[in-house]
Ligand binder design. Structure first.
Ligand SMILES: [Zn+2]
Length: 698
C-alpha cells in the first residue's frame, strides 16, 4: 500500500500529465489531503521534477538531486551586496527574493505575525541606491536671523556677511505675513504688511515675517522667518504641569524602516542609541492621508468621508489637536511642500487656523521666494531648505514650550516624497535637529514620535519583493522621557513589550488619548473608531495579534508573506484578469470616467502565493499578490483571495489596489484624487476634448 506521501506524488504526476499548473495541482492536493498535504515547497520540487521529465517518486527528491537547490526559487539566498551606494541603474529584478531565507531574522516574531528583517542593501534593491549630496540654497550664507533672549525675539542682520552680498550701503525692511481666511481658494492666500525699515536689528512681535534687503542696485536678499513670540508662552500655576506630557510628532514622508537605514545612517545610529523603535509598525492605508489621519483622528477614510472629504474644508475632522487645545495645550502644525500637504493635496485645507501655531502662511511665503526643486520637490524655498525650515520651527516650538503642555505636528515631504535617495542629502541635517543640545534639553517632559507614514510607493523598487515589504513598514521611533518612565512605570513596561508586537497608526491615536487622560483626571480618553480592537501602546498588546484584529487589510499586511510563483501560471493569469476587470469597474463608478481608458491585461510582472488558510466559509483558500502591467501602460499591485475548486474558481480582493508606477502625468485629466490613481487619460471624452478644445477654447 502506498504511503500518503507517495500517493500524493503519484497523483501529482497524474495532474501534471493532465496539464494542470503547479498552483492548480497544489490546490487540488490540499483540498483532497487537507492537513496531510505535502508542503508547498515539496510539491513545487516534485512538480518541477515532473516538468523536467524525471520519473522519481522518492519522498524527498531534494536529497537525490543536489542541483535542485540552485534551481529552486524558494531557496535563493541573498547575494552579498557589492558595496553601499555603488551604482544606480533602473530596471526590475527578474529573480525575486524569497519571503524567508535560511537564518532569517525577524523584526517581530510572534505566533501570528512574523515580519522578516531583511538587509537594506540586498542585491535586489542595491541597484537603486545612490548617495545624494546636500546642497546649499545660497552660497552666501543667511543675511538675517532671529535670536531670542530675555523673553525678546530680535531680528538681526549678520553684518559680517554683508560684503559678500554687496559693497554698497544696504537697507533692510520686514513685513508681517498674514493669513487670509479664504472662501474659495486652497488655503494659500497670504498678505503682507507694509515693509518696515530697520537698521542692524529690531524687536519682533509677530510670528511670521518676510525680510527684504536692497542696495542702490536693487534687491540683494529676501527671506522669511518664523518664531514663537516668547511672551506668548503661558506661565503655569503650581501643579498645573503635573503629569501633562507634551507631544511632538515629527514626520518625514515616504521613508520605510529600510530606507531610513540606507539613506539616514547617522540619524539611524542616533535613534538606535536614544529612541525606542516600534519594530512591528505596519501601515493601514495607501498614502499619507489615511495613515496620518489614523494617527490624528483614529478613523479610517470611510469614517472620515462624512466631514473630512475632498469637498469640505477640514475644520470639523475631530483631529486630536482640537482636544489637546481644549485641555490647555498649545498646539502647532507645520508641513512643507504646500501643494501636496496632507490637508491640501486635492483637499480644501482649513477655513480657520486649526492650531495655535499654523505655519502654512510661512511655508507659502517661503516657497514664493523662489523654489529650487530636486526631483520635483521644493528642496530649497528661498535661501533655506524646506526641510530645515520645518526642523527649525519644530525646535523653536519645543524649546519655547518646554515648560508648558504642548502638542505639535511637524511634517516634511520636500526631501523624501519623490525620490528614494534624496533623504541621504539630509542625513546630517536630521541628526543636527535630533542631536541639538537645546532641543534635547527641551524634551524632558515631551514624548517625541519621529516617524513616517509609509515607505516608497511607486517606481522600479516597487516591482521587487523588498519594495513590497518596505512600502508597508514606515519607520517609527519614540523618545519616552525619564519623567514619564518614573511616573508611569507599568505603562512604560507595556510600551517596551509592544515594541516587538504588531502595531498600527490606530494604536498611536489611542496612545495620544491615553496621554491626555493620564494628565487630565477628568478627561476620559476616546478609542479609535477605525480599529475598535486596537490598543494604546501603554496597554499590553496581545502576543497573538493578527492583522485583521489590528484593522490592517491583507493587502497591507506583512505578517504572513508569500512565495513567488511563475507569472505565467494559468491561475495567476485569471487572478490578474480579475484585477483588471475590477479596476475598469472602479473607474466606471466615477462621474469623470469618460476621460479614462479601459484597461486590458498586458502582462503579469510578478506573482506571489500564500500558504493555504481557511476563509470565513471554512473553505481552503490562498491569497495571490500580483503586480500587473496593463494596456494602456499602468502598473498595479493587488492582493486577491482565491478559492480554487475542482469545478470553479472564486476571487475576492483583499483591500486596496496599489498603483505602483508614477502616474501624475497620465491622470491629469481628472480631478478626483482616488480616480487619479486608477485613470489613464485616453478615454473617449478625453480624446474628444483633446481634439475639440483647441478649436473652441473649452
Ligand atoms: Zn505619505
Amino acid at each position: 500500500m502506498l504511503s500518503v506521501q507517495m500517493e500524493q506524488r503519484v497523483n501529482l504526476k497524474f495532474l501534471f500529465k493532465l496539464e494542470k499548473t503547479f498552483t492548480e495541482a497544489y490546490a487540488m492536493l490540499k483540498e483532497v489531503y487537507g492537513h496531510e498535504c505535502l508542503s508547498h515547497t515539496q510539491v513545487f520540487e516534485w512538480f518541477k521534477l515532473s516538468k523536467e521529465g524525471r520519473e522519481t517518486t522518492e519522498i524527498n527528491p531534494r536529497r537525490s538531486n543536489s542541483n535542485l537547490l540552485q534551481t529552486n526559487p524558494f531557496r535563493l539566498r541573498w547575494k552579498q551586496p557589492v558595496n553601499q551606494y555603488n551604482y544606480c541603474v533602473l530596471g526590475y529584478s527578474e529573480k525575486p527574493i524569497p519571503y524567508e531565507t535560511e537564518n532569517q531574522k525577524y523584526l517581530i516574531n510572534t505566533s501570528k505575525c512574523r515580519i522578516p528583517d531583511i538587509d537594506p542593501f540586498n542585491s535586489e534593491v542595491n541597484k537603486y541606491v545612490c548617495k545624494e549630496e546636500y546642497s546649499n540654497c545660497t552660497n552666501l550664507g543667511l543675511l538675517t536671523y532671529i535670536d531670542k533672549s530675555d523673553g525678546v525675539a530680535t531680528l538681526r542682520v549678520n553684518g559680517s556677511l554683508l560684503p559678500l552680498y554687496t559693497l554698497f550701503p544696504v537697507t533692510c525692511c520686514y513685513s508681517k505675513i498674514f493669513r487670509t481666511n479664504y472662501v474659495n481658494n486652497n488655503d494659500n492666500e497670504i498678505t503682507f504688511s507694509a515693509c518696515q525699515e530697520f537698521k542692524d536689528k529690531t524687536v519682533i512681535s509677530y510670528p511670521f515675517i518676510r525680510v527684504t534687503c536692497s542696495s542702490v542696485l536693487g534687491k540683494i536678499y529676501s527671506n522669511t522667518h518664523a518664531t514663537v513670540i516668547p511672551n506668548e508662552t503661558r506661565i503655569l500655576a503650581d501643579g498645573e504641569r503635573a503629569n501633562r506630557f507634551s507631544i511632538l510628532l515629527v514626520g518625514i514622508d515616504s521613508i520605510s524602516k529600510l530606507n531610513l537605514r540606507r539613506t539616514l545612517p547617522k540619524t539611524y545610529a542616533h535613534l538606535k542609541e536614544n529612541y525606542l523603535e516600534l519594530r512591528g509598525y505596519n501601515k493601514i492605508g495607501d498614502n499619507t492621508f489615511p495613515n496620518l489621519m489614523a494617527v490624528l483622528t483614529g478613523r479610517n477614510t470611510t469614517q472620515l468621508d462624512a466631514s473630512c472629504n475632498a469637498k469640505a474644508k477640514l475644520n470639523n475632522c475631530d483631529i486630536i489637536w482640537d482636544t489637546f487645545r481644549a485641555l490647555g495645550y498649545t498646539t502647532a502644525y507645520a508641513e512643507d511642500e504646500a501643494n501636496i500637504a496632507t490637508f491640501n493635496y486635492e483637499r480644501l485645507g482649513f477655513l480657520e487656523p486649526p492650531t495655535d501655531y499654523y505655519y502654512r502662511p510661512y511655508v507659502v511665503a517661503s516657497e514664493a521666494l523662489g523654489k529650487r526643486p530636486r526631483y520635483g520637490m521644493t528642496f530649497c524655498a528661498g535661501p533655506e531648505t524646506s526641510g530645515e525650515r520645518v526642523f527649525n520651527v519644530a525646535k523653536d516650538f519645543a524649546v519655547s514650550f518646554k515648560d508648558s503642555p504642548a502638542f505639535g505636528l511637524f511634517w516634511m515631504n520636500s526631501f523624501s516624497h519623490d525620490d528614494i535617495n534624496i533623504p541621504s542629502a539630509m542625513d546630517e541635517k536630521v541628526l543636527e535637529f535630533l542631536g541639538d543640545t537645546s532641543f534635547r534639553s527641551a524634551i524632558d517632559d515631551t514624548i517625541v514620535i519621529f516617524f513616517s507614514d509609509h515607505g516608497f510607493r511607486f517606481g522600479d523598487i516597487r516591482y521587487t519583493h523588498t519594495g513590497w515589504l518596505e512600502e508597508r513598514l514606515p519607520f517609527i521611533y519614540f523618545h519616552i522621557p525619564d519623567s514619564f518612565k518614573r511616573t508611569f512605570p507599568s505603562q512604560y513596561r507595556n510600551f517596551l513589550i509592544n515594541t516587538e508586537r504588531l502595531t498600527t497608526p490606530y494604536d498611536i491615536y489611542n496612545t495620544l488619548q491615553d496621554v491626555l487622560q493620564l494628565g487630565n483626571g477628568s478627561y476620559r480618553g476616546k478609542r479609535s473608531l477605525g480599529c475598535p480592537n486596537c490598543y494604546s501602546l501603554f496597554q499590553e498588546i496581545p502576543e497573538s495579534r493578527t492583522c485583521k484584529e489590528a484593522a490592517i487589510d491583507q493587502h497591507w499586511c506583512t505578517c504572513t508573506g508569500h512565495n513567488y510563483i511563475s507569472p505565467k501560471d494559468r491561475v495567476v493569469r485569471l487572478v490578474a484578469e480579475f484585477v483588471v476587470e475590477h479596476i475598469n469597474g472602479l473607474v466606471d463608478s466615477f462621474p469623470e470616467d469618460g476621460a479614462c481608458a479601459d484597461y486590458a491585461l498586458s502582462r503579469v510582472v510578478s506573482a506571489g502565493m500564500s500558504e493555504s488558510y481557511l476563509n470565513e466559509k471554512n473553505q481552503t483558500v490562498y491569497y495571490f499578490l500580483v503586480i500587473i502591467e496593463t494596456s494602456p501602460s499602468a502598473m498595479f499591485e493587488a492582493t486577491v483571495e482565491a478559492y480554487l475548486g475542482l469545478d470553479r474558481n472564486y476571487f475576492q480582493l483583499l483591500g486596496d489596489i496599489s498603483r505602483v508606477d508614477r502616474y501624475a502625468a497620465n491622470s491629469a485629466c481628472v480631478k478626483d484624487a482616488v480616480l487619479k490613481k486608477y485613470c489613464y487619460c485616453d478615454g473617449f471624452l478625453y480624446s474628444i476634448k483633446k481634439f475639440v478644445c483647441p478649436l473652441i477654447r473649452c
